[in-house]
Write a protein that binds this ligand. Sequence first.
Ligand code: GTP
Ligand code: MG
Ligand code: ZN
Length: 316
Amino acid sequence: MQARVYKSTGSWYSVKNSEGKMLHARIKGKFKLDGISSTNPIAVGDIVTLESDNEKENTYIIAEIAQRRNYINRQSPHRRHQHHIIASNLDQSILFATIKSPRTSQGFIDRFLITSEAFHIPGIIIFNKADLYMEKEMMQYEEWALMYRKAGYPVYLISMETGKGVDEVSAILKDKITLISGHSGVGKSSFINAIFPELNLRTEEVSDWSGKGMHTTTFAEMFDLPSGGSIIDTPGVKEFGLVDISRQELSHYFPEMRALIQQCQFNNCLHINEPGCAIKKAVNEKQIHMLRYISYCTILETIDEGSQKSKGKTNR
Ligand SMILES: Nc1nc2c(ncn2[C@@H]2O[C@H](COP(=O)(O)OP(=O)(O)OP(=O)(O)O)[C@@H](O)[C@H]2O)c(=O)[nH]1
Ligand SMILES: [Mg+2]
Ligand SMILES: [Zn+2]
């Protein structure tokens, strides 16, 4: 019997079969998965094959995972080289950001977008808590909206308090599998509650002094939307660690740069000081936003080539 994983809480998985019935399943013994070193072999969104475990208790064993169409990884916060698969078989990935309580940084948004590009999953940015934005925050929003739309990303402004933009965003979820991520306290669960009131997910006041919230959601979980499609709520993240991205690759994950890379004089151009660089020219001519370019340079600095090379060797 085939089923899709809706929730993973460690040793037990909630899976839904083709008849729409939610079942309990677990892994038995060691589970091998096609060469991916992951702290969790099974992710929300996986299609699995079940075998009966205990007929009396109606539990199942996960015998097999179908090939993933795609997946999103996060670096394990404790062990740098261990990856954690957050979700698989996605159609799109939404970042919930806020310009106030808490404030999301551009670097955080850009790292999210790079991750989406690297996994070939369309990225969307939603700014929530519009009701809290004064003139200063609105100016910041307008600048970012323009910048990210020009780079090719859809941007929305919404408020759970006033209901602004909720219908518009609900429409883009229809018949798609959508992953939602963002800092803790930005309103991810509140949004899912708003479009799906019968769900009643736990949400919490932002009570931490840093304004960053207290991690109300603790496991990724998928929900079917009444209008068709599914949405995956995830626990808040502090940082998107870039998984296995080399310095040479980085500009390929900035869509506005990707289009111009071929025009650089050197094919190994990192777009810093090289002569004949089409990216620097585009920045000077304001075709590429200066802030996106600065972000590129900052992130490039953080990529540690040494550890990637040595890892490549041990894999061979
Ligand atoms: N003013 C205002 N508050 C909001 C809005 N959306 C959500 N909130 C509040 O923000 C707080 C955090 O919301 P949650 O939905 O729990 O945030 P979350 O992103 O799911 O957080 P984690 O589960 O910890 O990752 C709650 O007190 C919400 O009521 C909004 O549009 N405006
Ligand atoms: Mg939540
Ligand atoms: Zn260049």
